[in-house]
Design a protein around this ligand. Sequence first.
Ligand SMILES: Nc1nc2c(ncn2[C@@H]2O[C@H](COP(=O)(O)OP(=O)(O)OP(=O)(O)O)[C@@H](O)[C@H]2O)c(=O)[nH]1
Ligand SMILES: C[S@@+](CC[C@H](N)C(=O)[O-])C[C@H]1O[C@@H](n2cnc3c(N)ncnc32)[C@H](O)[C@@H]1O
Ligand code: SF4
Ligand code: SF4
Length: 326
Amino acid sequence: MQTLVDHHGRSFPYLRLSLTEACNYRCAYCLPDGYQANGRPVFLVLEEIRRLVRGFAALGMSKIRLTGGEPSLRKDLPAIIAAVAAVPGIRRIALTTNGCRLPRLVRGWREAGLTALNVSLDSLDAARYLDITGHDRFAEVTEGIEQALALGFEAVKINAVLLRGRNDDELPAWLDYLRGRDVALRFIELMQTGENREFFERHHLRAEGLQRQLLADGWVLRPRAADAGPALEYAHPDYRGRIGVIAPYARDFCAGCNRLRVTARGDLRLCLFGNFGVSLRPLLQSDDDHDALVAHIATQLGLKAAGHGLHQGLTGITPHLASIGG
Ligand SMILES: Nc1nc2c(ncn2[C@@H]2O[C@H](COP(=O)(O)OP(=O)(O)OP(=O)(O)O)[C@@H](O)[C@H]2O)c(=O)[nH]1
Ligand SMILES: C[S@@+](CC[C@H](N)C(=O)[O-])C[C@H]1O[C@@H](n2cnc3c(N)ncnc32)[C@H](O)[C@@H]1O
Ligand code: SF4
Ligand code: SF4
């Protein structure tokens, strides 16, 4: 089997695959006006996804994260999970969701073969949650997380985007929440995108102060697995839960990059904030193109840059993270 190693010595066990650009939420930092369909987009269908994942698995990828947009809007999500799980070499199938459909659907996803779940929950206060996401679904999401915790996933994680003035005073509430729950909460630094510049300037908050506070309070940094996402994760003997910090503006953040992305339309994106996408879709129409697909992906990797240009305000072709899956 080939493995993917780029010119900067990084390897790539982890693929983030977006299943749709559509979303039912209006998160203030992502789609404040809701999802606006551009024409009649046609997203990758099951058979294309199966071929795509086979191609990446042949290059040593063992972890696939399904994302969006909101991936739970895909009616065929259980079938997609099962198809990905059946590809030899794929050991972990994770999903990132806003969580509003968890109570109805999470058991089915687990039974189809999902191994890990990340749920976005920007506040533990229902009114603030509504204010940030545009949806009054706090009760469903928190109930869904409880259900997920009982289903034996390898990991259940919660994502909270850290927002100056909106949710940056909630550490005490989160600590209560984490005391008895086996869940990893991750504070994500707000990232600038093509369309959220003004919001970013008002609400971006560096996570360094939070990290200093965690260390001072006895939280200890844990080692990071080779196929883990970018969070630095801390544990504490008095808490079942863990706290992660995703700090894309930190020095050397991109040195640990271990993932590639494919959009819901089948474009390979080498970076979350890259300047171009490469369509893989023509090579997903027949099993006969498997070798060509594998060769094409491997060649493209040569173009992967060392890191993002966010410090210079360069957001590439990414208008918002719903367009690529975060
Ligand atoms: N800048 C940057 N942000 C990322 C990258 N990967 C994930 N993120 C951000 O991290 C946040 C959490 O991502 P998730 O989809 O929950 O997954 P993850 O934390 O990467 O993955 P796991 O460790 O497998 O749970 C999202 O806001 C992503 O946009 C990356 O490569 N670069
Ligand atoms: C783009 S969403 C897609 C999956 C799903 N809709 C959800 O919200 O979990 C993936 C993650 O990106 C995060 N995100 C979106 N825009 C962001 C931004 N500008 N900066 C940091 N994180 C962002 C969301 O909070 C979410 O945790
Ligand atoms: S962060 Fe996720 S739930 Fe919120 S608008 Fe973006 S895609 Fe939708
Ligand atoms: S910003 Fe780009 S290079 Fe940096 S970690 Fe994310 S995907 Fe990798």
